[in-house]
Each structure stands twice: as C-alpha cells, then as structure tokens.
Design a protein around this ligand. Sequence first.
Ligand code: PLP
Length: 392
Amino acid sequence: LEREEPSHFGAGPAQLPTKVLQQAAQDLVNYNGIGLGIGEISHRSGDASNVIDSAKANLRKLMKIPDTHEVFFMQGGGTTGFSSLATNLTAAHVGKTGSTGTAGYLVTGSWSAKSLEEAQRLGIKSEAIFNAKDFNNGKFGVIPPESAWADKLKAKEYSYIYLCENETVHGIEWPKLPTALTDSDVDIVADLSSDILSREIDVSQYSVIMAGAQKNIGLAGLTIYIMKKSILENISATSLDQLRQLGVPITPIAFDYPTVVKNNSAYNTIPIFTLHVIDLVLRQILEKGGVAVQQKDNELKAELLYKALSKYPDFYALPVAKDCRSKMNVVFTLKKEGLDKKFLDGAAAIKLTGLKGHRSVGGFRASLYNAVSVESTKKLAQFVEAFASKNA
Ligand code: PLP
C-alpha cells in the first residue's frame, strides 16, 4: 500500500494524506482487529457510534466549537446542503416568528448562485442581496464593498443570509465575514465546503456552517453541519400543517436536521467508512498542531504561488481582485493564446496534476487544500516561473 507522494492540485475530490489512506485501507478490511471492515458493521453498533462520537469530538476540538452549537453529519454533499438548508432554515424562521421571511444570498460565484437557484427552484422565498457580477462587467472576480449592499439588510425581514466562504470554481474567498452581518443579529449560513479547516474561524459568529467533505476533510459522500442549537429548536417548534399553510416545502425526513440530530447522525445508514476517513483526517490535523499550524502552511503555499504568477504580469492573468483571492483555489490564465496544452503537458511531465481550470472558466486552477504540501507547491511555483521565462 505504497505510492509516490502526489502533487495533485485538483479542485475535488482532493488529494488526502497518504498515511490516512493507508490506515483507512487497513480498517476497510479489518477494523480494530474485529475481523470485519469498518464499512461492514451496523451503523447503530457500538463501533459505529464510537466513530461518530470521535469525529464530532475531534471537530469540536479543532474548530473550538462552542456548546451553543451542535455538530452532525448527513449523507450527500454541497448540493444536497443547498436544498436542505433552504427548507430547514425557512422552517426555523417560521418556528421563531410565524412567518417565512426572505432568504438573502450574497452571490460571489457559481456555488452561491447555484444555492440561491436551488432555494428558488424549491419555492423558498429568496433573493440575491447582490450579485458580484454586477460590479465587474458581468463576470465573477470581486466582492463588492459592504457600503454597496449593507443597507439592503434593513429593508426587510431576512430569514437568514447565505454566503459561500470560498468560491471553488472562481477562486474567490471572503477574507473575513462582513461586519454588516456580524454586527447584526441575522442568522449567517455559510458554505465552507472548500475552506473548512484551512484557517481559524470564530464559529460563534455563524448560525450554520455546512461543508461537503471531499476537499479538506475527507472523501465524498458526507456533509458536515455545525449549527446553533436554537435553530434546531426553532425547526422543531413548527408543525407540518403550519409549513403547508405558508407554502414552505416539507424537508424530506432524511434531511430534517432535528431528526438527524436526535438520532446521533444515524437516522438512516450513515456511510461510516467515509466518516472514519474524516475522523482520521481530523486526528492528523490535531497531531500536526491544529488549524493554526495548517493555516500557516496554507498561507505560505498561497503566497508562493501568487508571487510566482505575479512576477510575470505580461504572461499570466489573475482574474480575481487581490483583496478576495482564494488561498485554496488559485485561478489564472495565460495571456498568450495556444499555450494552454503545453502548460498542462509540461506540468504533467514533472508529475504536477489536476491543474486544468473549471470548464466554465477555462485556464488553470491550482487547488492548495490542506493535504497539498509546501514542497509540491514550491515545485509548481518553480514550474510557473520557468514556463513563463521560456515562453514569454
Ligand atoms: N459548494 C462548494 C463551495 C463547492 O466547491 C462544491 C463542489 O465543488 C459544492 C458546493 C457542491 O458540492 P457537491 O458536488 O458535493 O454537491
């Protein structure tokens, strides 16, 4: 079970630490010497409960999650989160106030746009507080200043305000939560699918954190939720009749947050192997010294790569404004036409893989998730410089 250490910059599913995968592979065959693999046991068995409890406890430790917040896991990914957040959070608002309110979305890239689309497709009363495209000639690439949109928050009753902390496709990251939100009492709902555990955050500022697992945390198949307990109570305070009367779609039972929490994330069959991999990743970050240590590495990696690209401004284009450039997904293009394939082939020849940009954006995207090493990033930065000097 050996492999050469990869330098894979794919946007997800992402490279994971080799040691974690080796342990997981062993546990898939014979977990803790029980003579069965971890994926072969009942999700209600003691061993499975231990995995769930361990992953919860380790996530709590790493993210310093306060007692005001619950942690749970659900089948699915970011996209299942888009729909379950919309229905559950609207139900929570009904439980709290008796009315649906309006869900407000800060649209900074394709994932927040898709999340809003899904809320609207389901018939949830929702709207964009702003669409960042309107501030950048019809393209994603900036986050508008708060002064351009903060007043809107006062205009009506918002059930929650949604943002995607790191837009994986476009390489745009909120450097911190906007003060217009943190200074107000509005519920902040955030998609952290591509930046969870990449940097330290203050969990108490968020009402809900949702993150698909397949980038910084583990394998595809599970979504992590960190949520204020009061939201769960508010959802439970509604009745199906009340929701039907108000035209709020009923959440399918497997995605009903209070039901999932009451059953310790095992209302239905949780993919326990996937959760075990998550737990191994969490333990690996803890051993390494925690999120602060990981953050330092990630900052160094992003600096190395952006610096290399910025050294050749006539050759590489960086489409994202400096103040919101993602440390996780570095998006760039070549200014000269006809060289894209040569760039990818040259990188692949020295085993730098996963660099092709998203089909909707083109160019290149280097994802620098937690498991990508500083060494791999240095190698990429050197290649970026060498390619520019040879082909400029
Ligand atoms: N949100 C973000 C930030 C993402 O990067 C992605 C996928 O890359 C999603 C949501 C959608 O996740 P999934 O493919 O698990 O539905």
